[in-house]
Design a protein around this ligand. Structure first.
Ligand code: BES
Ligand code: ZN
Ligand code: ZN
Length: 504
């Protein structure tokens, strides 16, 4: 068992009422308008930013072209009177009437990224939205350098900002908001760390061990089924997908028992997806290190529910396997028996996610959950339909819409998609109960959703979230999202769980 690497923790976050001496940078928010930029919030910090200093700052910022456009960055030397700071960084928030939480998160994220190499930052952005600003700073500062040896380790001026202090108007202001933001951002970072850990170092047994360590530290109940237990239990989907690899599969179960309502989470944990015998092209195959992002998100969310002490029961059922081609791999045309007895003809070994999820979903529903949410980097078709930043949300109508709505409210952009009944017949198999793919390309994301639907019992409110694109950023950084694992949809999941816990 490998110890969980002490992850390079994000910046320390704290609340202050006056700017500390030796602060390197003061980050302020700037809105745009026809009359030029304005500093926000307007009057919360009169003692810290008196009228005279504000006017001078605005003059200086205007002189170097600051407009207050969303995520614009302008840095100026600290004006006379702001003696405790070296410079002021103004970050744009766009038009004042359009500022929402997500804008604050994005602007704080962009500011945090530009502050690499800075020790101590103070900011007034907490006066706009403390929770969103804290999440944005923490997530924007995220880096993953575990595999950089001393040869290429981040230099001092590339190190993430070390400490961010949020100016608050009085000592009681925002204590809970900051704590919640910190715990949430840490959970997102945990999911990112798992996704960013390469397949050489994160394979099923290792993923299960690291999950166990984190879960035990958070006081959760943990159960891990190894390949023998999976065989004894009849988990044919997980075994079928895992059998081409020398690194055997696992099924991890975490339970946080916090209250009467029950939410079951299931996440796809393919630690690497070569496609198996239906092998993928070499180009971009390395991105399939992210094929366990659903698993990472549900593990991180379950830990977070426990840390927040939510009054609800959350279970995570997490199948982990490596999809490899070999002489022991399953073949196109093989038939396997899913947990629960459904037989599936495996026409394409690259449609492996649905096979491991089906076993896990049937197992999760043995506990009679009220709600079931499965999360998976399931189909390339998700990206064809919705692009790389919009998760597709399918499932039972009402719950699907609720999850998609909440996902947009937290800035993770989930969009409701249908499960058209006429596509179901294309999953009929000549020799088994079901085929794992349709004989055509149309509606590939929906077809995968329809396959999963076969394994959801009547009466369970179900949402299936396809995050093939949104889980992993292969492009440049934007907002509070860097390259690599994004941690999507941890913030959606925790907000849905909180919404369920709070409802009648
Ligand atoms: N892991 C992939 C889906 C994926 C593709 C995730 C690109 C992220 C980026 C999944 O296992 C897969 O290969 N799906 C196939 C299904 C097809 C064979 C029906 C796909 O989307 O091509
Ligand atoms: Zn695949
Ligand atoms: Zn896959």
């Amino acid at each position: 068992m490998t110890a969980v690497a002490d992850r390079s923790l994000g910046p320390e976050l704290a609340r202050i009422q006056t700017i500390n001496p030796d602060t390197d940078v003061l980050v302020i928010g700037l809105t745009s308008s026809e009359n030029g930029p304005a500093i926000v919030p307007e009057d919360l910090f009169g003692d810290v930013l008196p009228e005279g200093i504000r006017t001078e700052l605005l003059d200086q910022l205007g002189a170097v072209g600051a407009k207050g456009k969303a995520e614009e960055l302008t840095r100026v030397p600290a004006p006379a009177g702001l003696d405790d700071v070296t410079s002021v960084l103004a970050v744009g928030l766009g038009p004042a009437d359009k500022i929402d939480e997500e804008q604050v998160r994005k602007s704080a994220g962009v500011a945090a990224r530009s502050l690499a190499g800075t020790e101590l930052v103070a900011t007034t952005l907490g006066g706009v939205d403390l929770g969103a600003a804290a999440e944005g700073f923490y997530l924007g500062a995220y880096t993953f350098s575990t595999f950089k040896s001393t040869k290429s380790a981040p230099k001092p001026d590339e190190q993430p900002v070390a400490r961010v202090e949020f100016l608050v108007p009085e000592p009681n202001f925002g204590e809970n908001a900051l704590l919640r933001a910190q715990l949430t951002a840490e959970a997102v970072a945990t999911a990112r760390d798992f996704v960013n850990t390469p397949p050489s170092h994160l394979y099923p047994a290792e993923f299960a061990d690291r999950t166990r360590q984190l879960a035990e530290a958070a006081g959760l109940e943990v159960e891990i089924l190894d390949e023998n237990a999976l065989a004894a239990g009849g988990f044919g989907g997980i075994l079928g997908v895992g059998k081409g690899s020398s690194r055997p599969p696992r099924l991890v179960r975490l339970t946080y028992a916090g209250g009467p309502k029950k939410v079951a989470l299931v996440g796809k944990g393919i630690t690497f997806d070569t496609g198996g015998i239906s092998i993928k092209p070499a180009q971009n195959m390395e991105n399939m290190t992210s094929d366990m992002a659903g698993a990472a998100a549900v593990v991180a969310t379950t830990l977070l529910a426990a840390r927040l002490g939510l009054p609800i029961t959350v279970t995570a059922t997490v199948p982990m396997a490596e999809n490899m081609p070999s002489s022991t791999a399953q073949r196109p045309g093989d038939v396997l028996t899913q947990y629960g007895g459904t037989t599936v003809e495996v026409l394409n070994t690259d449609a492996e996610g649905r096979l491991i999820l089906a076993d896990a979903m049937v197992r999760a529903c043995e506990d009679d959950p009220d709600y079931l949410i499965d999360v998976a980097t399931l189909t390339g078709a998700q990206m064809v339909a919705l692009g790389t930043r919009t998760p597709g949300v399918m499932g039972t109508d009402e719950f699907r819409d609720r999850v998609a709505f909440i996902s947009r409210a937290v800035g993770e952009n989930g969009w409701a998609m249908p499960l058209p009944a006429e596509l179901r017949a294309d999953l009929n198999s000549k020799i088994a109960d079901l085929a794992n793919v349709a004989p055509h390309r149309w509606g590939g994301m929906l077809s995968a959703g329809l396959f999963l639907k076969e394994f959801v019992p009547e009466g369970v409110q179900w949402a299936h979230v396809d995050i093939a694109g949104p889980a992993y950023n292969t492009g440049g950084p934007f907002g509070y999202i860097g390259k690599g694992g994004t941690g999507v949809p941890v913030r959606t999941l925790i907000a849905v769980i909180e919404d369920i816990a709070a409802a009648e």
